[in-house]
Ligand binder design. Structure first.
Ligand SMILES: [Zn+2]
Ligand SMILES: [Zn+2]
Length: 369
C-alpha cells in the first residue's frame, strides 16, 4: 500500500515550522474526529492525520522521514515500521479522549453503601495462653456511623435538602472548549461533594460528619496453638460501614511473650532439666513441669549428658491441623562443684572401684602407636 506524503496529508510545505504543523494537525483532527465529523471516511482520514502528525510533529522522526521516507520515520523507535495503531501514545490526545468518553473522572456515588475499613491491632499473650488458648477482652476504638443522625450528619430528616447547585444529581455538567469543539462532561458537584444533598442544621453529636469514634468491647477467642506473628481475622470488627455498607474486619497480630523455662520450636516445647551425676548414673524418677501440669519422668541408669527425652503429646496443638507436638526434655548432667572432704573421699573411692580400664584409658589407647 503506497502511502501518501505526510506533508500532503497535513497540507503543509516541506519547510513548515513545528508550530505550523501543530496548527494544521489540530484543524484536521477537529475536522475528521470520528465522534464529531460528518465527513465521509472520517475515521480513516483521522488516523491518517494522526499518523502524519506523529512523525512530522516529532523533530527526530521528521528528520528520518525526510531522509528515508515513511519506513525511516520510526527507524530509531523499534523494529522497523509497524504502522500506527490508532490512538495510543498521543500525549495531548488521550486527554481529550478521556473527557470525551468520561474516562479519568470516574464518579463514585457517595450515597452507595460503603464497607468500613479493615483495621489491624497487635495483641500480646503469654506463652501458656498461646499454647492452651484463652479468651481476651479488648477495647477497640473504631469509627462508626453516628447513632444520633444515622450517619446523615443532619440534626433531623427535614434538615436534609436537595442540593441547589446540582439539583440533587451530585454532579454538574460543564462545557469545555477544546480543539474538537465544545464538549460536555460531568463533574462532581462541589457544593454537596457528590451526595446531592445539603444539610441545613448539622447533627450536634457528630458535628455534621455523620461519623463517630467509639470504643467497642471485643472478646477474642484465642485458639490454642497460636504463635508469634500469626494473624486472626475477626469478621465485622473493623471500622463501621456507611450507607448500610458492612463493617470492615479486624486483624489481630499476635505477639507471644517468652517463657522463663519453656521454649517453643514449631509444635514442640523444649525444656532443659539439670540432673545430678548420681541421678544420671543410677537412674531416678523426677517430676517435670509441662504446660499441662507436672508429669513423672523416668531417668534410666547410665543416662548421658545431653540426652533428649520425649514426652509425647505434651507439646503444642496445631491451630490449623490435628497434630500435637511433644515436649522434648534435654537432660543436663551437672558435675558437682565445691565438694566437702567427705564427698571428695567418696568420689576417690568410687574412682578406685571403677577399675583399671576407665573410659579415659580406653580412649587414650586409641592414640597409642
Ligand atoms: Zn450525627
Ligand atoms: Zn450538589
Amino acid at each position: 500500500m503506497s502511502k501518501r506524503d505526510y506533508y500532503d496529508i497535513l497540507g503543509v510545505s516541506k519547510d513548515a515550522s513545528q508550530e505550523d504543523i501543530r496548527k494544521a494537525y489540530r484543524a484536521l483532527a477537529k475536522k475528521y474526529h470520528p465522534d464529531v465529523s460528518k465527513e465521509e471516511n472520517a475515521e480513516a482520514k483521522f488516523k491518517e492525520v494522526q499518523e502524519a502528525y506523529d512523525v512530522l510533529g516529532n523533530e527526530e522522526k521528521r528528520k528520518n522521514y525526510d531522509r528515508f521516507g515513511a519506513a525511516g520515520a520510526n527507524a530509531n523507535f523499534g523494529s522497523g515500521f509497524e504502522g500506527f495503531s490508532g490512538f495510543g501514545g498521543f500525549g495531548g490526545f488521550s486527554d481529550i479522549f478521556d473527557s470525551f468518553f468520561g474516562g479519568g473522572q470516574r464518579r463514585v456515588d457517595p450515597n452507595a453503601p460503603r464497607r468500613g475499613r479493615d483495621i489491624e491491632r497487635p495483641i500480646t499473650v503469654t506463652f501458656e495462653e498461646a499454647v492452651l488458648g484463652t479468651k481476651k477482652d479488648l477495647q477497640l476504638e473504631v469509627e462508626v456511623d453516628c447513632d444520633i443522625c444515622n450517619g446523615s450528619g443532619a440534626e433531623s430528616m427535614k434538615d436534609i435538602e436537595k442540593c441547589k447547585t446540582c439539583n440533587g444529581h451530585g454532579y454538574v455538567t460543564v462545557e469545555q472548549r477544546t480543539i474538537l469543539g465544545s464538549m460536555r462532561s460531568q463533574e462532581t458537584c462541589h457544593t454537596c461533594g457528590g451526595s446531592g444533598k445539603t444539610i441545613k442544621n448539622k447533627c450536634s453529636s457528630c458535628r455534621g460528619t455523620g461519623r463517630k469514634r467509639v470504643v467497642k468491647n471485643v472478646t477474642v477467642n484465642v485458639p490454642a496453638g497460636i504463635d508469634n506473628n500469626m494473624n486472626l481475622r475477626m469478621t465485622g470488627y473493623g471500622e463501621g460501614g456507611s450507607n448500610g455498607g458492612e463493617n470492615g474486619d479486624l486483624y489481630l497480630r499476635f505477639r507471644v511473650k517468652p517463657h522463663k523455662v519453656f521454649e517453643r520450636k514449631k509444635d514442640d516445647i523444649l525444656l532443659t532439666v539439670p540432673i545430678s551425676f548420681a541421678q544420671a548414673a543410677l537412674g531416678d524418677k523426677i517430676e517435670i513441669p509441662t504446660i499441662y501440669g507436672n508429669v513423672d519422668l523416668n531417668i534410666p541408669a547410665g543416662t548421658q549428658p545431653g540426652t533428649v527425652m520425649k514426652l509425647r503429646g505434651k507439646g503444642v496443638q496445631q491451630v490449623n491441623g490435628s497434630r500435637k507436638g511433644d515436649q522434648l526434655v534435654t537432660l543436663k548432667v551437672e558435675v558437682p562443684k565445691n565438694l566437702t572432704e567427705e564427698q571428695k573421699k567418696a568420689i576417690k573411692e568410687f574412682s578406685n572401684l571403677e577399675g583399671k580400664q576407665t573410659s579415659w584409658d580406653k580412649f587414650k589407647n586409641l592414640f597409642k602407636m
